[in-house]
Design a protein around this ligand. Sequence first.
Ligand SMILES: Cc1cc2nc3c(=O)[nH]c(=O)nc-3n(C[C@H](O)[C@H](O)[C@H](O)COP(=O)(O)O)c2cc1C
Length: 198
Amino acid sequence: MATNNGTPERIIVGITGASGVIYGIRALELLAEAGIETHLVISKAAELTMTYETDFRAADLRERASKWYAPADIGAAISSGSFRTKGMLIVPCSVRSMSEIATGITSSLISRAADVVLKERRRLVLGVRETPLHGGHLRTLVQLSDMGAIIAPIVPAFYSKPQTIADIVDHTVARMLDLFDIETGVVKRWKDQPQQES
Ligand SMILES: Cc1cc2nc3c(=O)[nH]c(=O)nc-3n(C[C@H](O)[C@H](O)[C@H](O)COP(=O)(O)O)c2cc1C
């Protein structure tokens, strides 16, 4: 798929060390199915949490991406605003990474790419995952929202009557991709279905 200036439709996907790496994996799969080019960065901590939470390894995720970069590769294409993208999705997004983005310090490729997306006024969606949150976390989230990021915490919805964990993950990820106007076909939209007899 290409934009009207000929650039392929592409999204940067950051996967950090918060719980819920499965959301990032599913995002890569749904984006590939939607024909969107993905540019993936996995943090070192995410490689560790992945081994605790799933049977996947970083190589399995890289296979699902169009292109991937090492987190220390601050010279990668996605570290420049001249490289056109639809924006960046970070899911799961750790408190550490969100805090780094909020300060603009950007010591890794994930936070640098996110900072670039913000400065270019492109879409940055943060699937933040931590609970409970203290006032410092909440203030950081407000700061990020004021800077233009969309805070989309990983919080399940039950109105879609999920039957499996995969249903919950799909709905959450697909609603995040809605924020980029990407139709995945997996969202059960409220009142969009024929009414059932009760
Ligand atoms: C099993 C496991 C689960 C974790 N879950 C979370 C979490 O839900 N949220 C969070 O902010 N950090 C979580 N952490 C801690 C982060 O991995 C840690 O703060 C790390 O430095 C984040 O680095 P990154 O943002 O570069 O990925 C978890 C760590 C482990 C090992």
